[in-house]
Ligand binder design. Structure first.
Ligand code: SAM
Ligand code: SF4
Length: 460
């Protein structure tokens, strides 16, 4: 949890990124009765900030590194899904719960939402407009550039979308081919340049570092290319070895082969990553330095913008634990403080659409999981959002809690991950690269060293 002492903490403070996200469990699955579900939609929200997350679980191709693939894009399947989804959105939009507070941000993610037809993008965009949106709310459409035609862009803009997040991953044509991506470098740069000419919409590109075949030289060119593409925002994601991907299956096969050849000593090894952790650390540092020296502003550990139109409101608020209403098979969110995850299976999701379960006043209860409220949710989100952003403002936390955590924070400082001043703990470049490990470490520390404030111990 503290990292290890090293002259080069960027590369060696931890062996590997602990997981895609950090968290600690403080809640359990709930069996929500139909009456409770009904009462949720009749009860006004107590949240001050809210978002909508709408999931479009279709892709035309399974990329080698990704485990978000759920269903093949098929026009009849997508159109049936869009029809049901829009009905659910309109029904929800009329409930007292939805009407009781405005929505700051909406994210239509996937999968590949840009695989919808232009008319379907418009149907979803218009259904979103039925919600009480904050003035200048951020409304994002996620997807990729292949087959994102002018007709789709125009339909999205006309129906209210104002932010477009495209997975590019790498511009290098060979790396793309190996990862199962469409299009070559030149096509991508040209299309991003065209889209970025829009006077107000924010165009964002996701890049991954550490893909197979992506050398440091290729990565530096990827960074130059993204700058040249004129996009307004960029995410630099470290490749995570996600279970079930083509890459992790390959790595498992290689590991099994090695075990057979070399005997039992290899059995303890973790999966062989495409690019080792130290090289990935250098890639992150190169990306952060190049963007910042080119005038880009860092909004979080992995997101930068060059233009104020890019706000990244959904990503930053989602980490702060705000209320997120989830719609669609596979969507996750949090309603009245209860975590929710809709099941991924499409046919089960459609089952909830059968006429006898439809009421026109209440959103359907689609299959999925509902969790009890997490008593430490607000505090955990404050830690997560701060460490993701790159600093913890210590004066915003209970002083006893800060004192309790100080041994961990000093160990991080000794190991080159943070700098502590009177009121602020700022992460170094190494601390930002390892920020998910810091979050995981902080929750592990709190689990092992339970915090009890004087106020609560005096009252018991
Ligand atoms: C849900 S995916 C949707 C992207 C879009 N469908 C596309 O094809 O580009 C969102 C982003 O997650 C990131 N991602 C997916 N798998 C990843 C992995 N194994 N490691 C790091 N980032 C990953 C990619 O950068 C991707 O653009
Ligand atoms: S990167 Fe996008 S298109 Fe590829 S499998 Fe993941 S979600 Fe689907």
């Amino acid at each position: 949890m503290t990292g290890i002492s090293s002259p080069d903490p960027l590369k060696f403070a931890f062996a590997v990124k602990s997981s895609p996200h950090a968290g600690r469990s403080g809640s359990h699955p709930l069996d929500l009765s139909p009456q409770q579900w009904q009462s949720w939609w009749a009860t006004p929200t107590s949240a001050t900030q809210r978002a909508l997350y709408i999931h479009i679980p279709f892709c035309r191709k399974r990329c080698s590194f990704c485990n978000f693939f759920e269903n093949g894009s098929n026009s009849a399947r997508i159109s049936r899904y869009v029809e049901s989804l829009s009905q659910q959105l309109y029904t929800a939009s009329k409930t007292p719960f939805v009407k009781s507070g405005t929505f700051d941000t909406v994210y239509v993610g996937g999968g590949t939402p840009t695989d919808m037809q232009a008319s379907e993008i418009a149907i979803i965009g218009e259904a979103i407009q039925a919600f009480p949106l904050a003035k200048n709310a951020e409304i994002t459409l996620e997807g990729r550039l292949n087959d994102f035609t002018d007709a789709k862009f125009d339909a999205a803009l006309a129906s209210g979308f104002n932010r477009f997040s495209f997975g590019v991953q790498s511009f290098n044509t060979q790396v793309r081919l190996a990862a199962g991506r469409f299009d070559n470098r030149e096509v991508l740069i040209e299309r991003l340049q065209e889209l970025s000419k829009h006077p107000s919409a924010s165009i964002v590109a996701d890049l991954i570092f550490g893909l197979p075949g992506q050398t440091m030289e290729i990565w530096l060119q990827d960074l130059q290319d993204v700058i040249q593409s004129s996009v307004h925002g960029v995410d630099l994601y470290q490749l995570i070895g996600l279970q079930g991907t083509r890459l992790s299956k390959q790595a498992e096969k290689e590991k099994a082969k090695q075990t057979q050849e070399d005997g039992s000593q290899q059995k303890q090894q973790t999966l062989v990553p495409a690019v080792d952790s130290q090289t990935r650390a250098s890639m992150y540092a190169a990306g952060a330095r190049l963007l910042e020296s080119s005038g880009w502003q860092r909004l979080s550990s992995c997101h930068w913008r060059r233009d104020n139109r890019e706000r990244s409101i959904y990503n930053s608020l989602a980490k702060s634990g705000i209320e997120i209403l989830p719609f669609g098979a596979g969507a996750g969110g949090n309603i009245h403080g209860h975590g929710m995850m809709n099941a991924r299976d499409l046919s089960n999701w459609h089952q909830a659409q059968t006429p006898d379960s439809v009421t026109d006043t209440l959103p359907l209860r689609v299959p999925g999981m509902v969790m009890s409220p997490n008593p430490s949710a607000a505090l955990d989100s404050q830690f997560k959002a701060g460490l993701d952003h790159g600093e913890l403002v210590l004066s915003e936390f209970d002083t006893e809690m800060v004192d309790h955590l100080m041994p961990l924070f000093y160990a991080w400082q000794t190991n080159g991950l943070v700098k502590i001043s009177d009121k602020i703990m700022t992460q170094t470049l190494a601390g930002r690269f390892w920020n998910v490990n810091l979050q995981t470490g902080l929750f592990a520390y709190l689990n092992q060293n339970a915090f009890e404030s004087c106020a609560s111990s005096m009252s018991t």
